[in-house]
Design a protein around this ligand. Structure first.
Ligand code: GLN
Length: 192
């Protein structure tokens, strides 16, 4: 057995504390990632919800954007919730921010937010089951590439997608008590 895996949460802005709390509940060694050195110490990374333009600016300033992209391309598991999904995307409808370009989806940043600031919905997730999803100024996935698997939809739009080691949701599982999506993400590390 090798050393235990460590899961990082990008802690530049947004609701990273809620993700850390979920990981601690699951008794997974977890830590905040703010620098390139922090990233070197983790085996997987969660990009939280928040303000994608702010997180993108701080990622570029610290050089984390380049190393996250490199490690994501090399197979490190990455999970983006809401603003994190925006950052993982290949393409945005808006011209800001510059996303990492990893997950082959197009995202409309504030598509739901323009209609209603936040809402909750009962969705059905493939191989997980019913899930109560919390959406806050949620981005909408408007296109999925051929290698992207849609795991859940709401009103005909994908809200949870996977492409190999990459997972993205337009909602916030870290804001509920339900840890199943985090557990599913952790299974990408080859752990039960
Ligand atoms: N729409 C927001 C953005 O553009 C994301 C909202 C969220 O993360 N709750 O960053």
């Amino acid at each position: 057995m090798g050393p235990p895996v460590r899961v990082g949460v990008l802690a530049l802005q947004g609701d990273f504390r809620e993700h850390l709390a979920v990981l601690r509940r699951l008794e997974v060694p977890a830590q905040e990632v703010r620098t390139v050195e922090d990233l070197e110490a983790v085996d997987a990374l969660i990009l939280p919800g928040g303000e994608s333009t702010t997180i993108a600016r701080l990622m570029a300033k610290s050089g984390l954007d380049r190393v996250i992209k490199k490690r994501g391309e090399a197979g490190m598991p990455l999970y983006g919730t809401c603003a994190g999904l925006i950052l993982l995307a290949k393409e945005l409808v808006e011209d800001r921010p510059q996303p990492l370009g990893l997950l082959d989806v197009t995202v409309d940043r504030n598509a739901y937010g323009r209609q209603v600031d936040s809402f909750e919905a009962d969705i059905h997730i493939k191989s997980i089951g019913p899930f109560h999803a919390v959406f806050i100024r949620a981005p909408k996935i408007t296109r999925c590439g051929p290698s992207v698997e849609i795991l859940a939809e709401h009103d005909g739009a994908p809200v949870l997608v996977r492409q190999g080691n990459l997972l993205g949701s337009s909602f916030h599982p870290e804001l509920t008590d339900d840890t199943r999506i985090h557990e599913f993400f952790l299974s990408f590390l080859g752990k039960p």
